[in-house]
Write a protein that binds this ligand. Sequence first.
Ligand SMILES: Cc1cc2nc3c(=O)[nH]c(=O)nc-3n(C[C@H](O)[C@H](O)[C@H](O)COP(=O)(O)OP(=O)(O)OC[C@H]3O[C@@H](n4cnc5c(N)ncnc54)[C@H](O)[C@@H]3O)c2cc1C
Length: 333
Amino acid sequence: MSRAGIDHDQRRRPVSLADVDTDEAEGTDDLPTLDDLGFDDPESDLPDAGTEAARERLEAFCSEDIYRYDDRRDYPAEGTTSRLSQDLKYGTIGIREVYERTVEAADDAESDAERESVEAYQEELAWREFYTQVLYYNPNVVSRNYKEYENEIEWRENDDHLDAWKAGETGYPIVDAGMRQLRRESYMHNRLRMIVASFLTKDLMLDWRAGYEHFCQHLVDHNTGNDNGGWQWAASTGTDAQPYFRVFNPMTQGERYDPDGEYIAEYVPELEGIDPDVIHSWHELSDDERDEHAPDYPAPIVDHSERREEAISMFERARGEDEDEAGDGDDEN
Ligand SMILES: Cc1cc2nc3c(=O)[nH]c(=O)nc-3n(C[C@H](O)[C@H](O)[C@H](O)COP(=O)(O)OP(=O)(O)OC[C@H]3O[C@@H](n4cnc5c(N)ncnc54)[C@H](O)[C@@H]3O)c2cc1C
């Protein structure tokens, strides 16, 4: 299965653009429609496309949420980010136009906190430029670790775990919510991208390339530099990567960034209406308790605490270190 549960084999074969009679094509400004091009309508809920829609998003964001961005951008239920990534990816809006509008927003800020919030947003725009530069000067990063380790990282192979991760069936609610948002909307909030990427590489100990490939296929905003940079950061193989011993705790992340379980309930209907305390302690419940609360939602497929230790050891072997030489080894977030 692929995007939003559509089986690629069941899709009609796209026709060549050269064969499309654009004079006959229906649609805005005589552009060929998806139907003309031989594609079924996407099942994902996609944002409106085009420059006009992008400018509306920019304007809405810069007149309000940009001033709360610094404080609230990590809370996926609040939708406080700009949602401009697909526009920047396709060039329906340019980075200079976005940046210039943020400069105006900074001028209009009513406090230092608001000005700092605008700067926090501008810094994210700068990450995009940074990862573009990294890719330009290091095109090999699309398939190879940026950071060299002394030994090969002994990633595991486990198709069942990879499939459970893709389907949002890992039994870790915040991870599953993120993966299901990706399937439903071809988009995932940044905090979730970090959480699910950490889960794949550290809890499941699977190669970041498998996750990157899945994101390439499914993200409406897939941008090689950003996607690769994000994956290699999470996998501790990138430029400014997350240290290998700092492993995201998926329960703590869920509790911290979705305390009321609102985002989780939106994408994981099996957990709708369940007390957030139960959702955030899903891994600690007995099978009977899980059955009682949400019989259709799976138990955790791995034990986070065990996997965290194993992942750290995997990286220590790759670094050619024994445990005594390793980092502080006790850093969890
Ligand atoms: C594993 C992983 C994969 C990612 N894959 C992509 C991808 O394919 N395409 C993509 O555009 N971004 C990617 N990102 C970065 C980030 O998650 C998205 O840019 C962001 O979620 C898009 O939503 P937004 O436009 O509302 O972001 P905002 O928070 O409103 O940010 C505005 C813009 O700044 C840029 N930006 C924001 N955060 C980052 C970041 N961490 N790195 C680089 N640029 C950033 C993007 O262009 C974004 O549209 C990835 C991050 C991770 C951890």
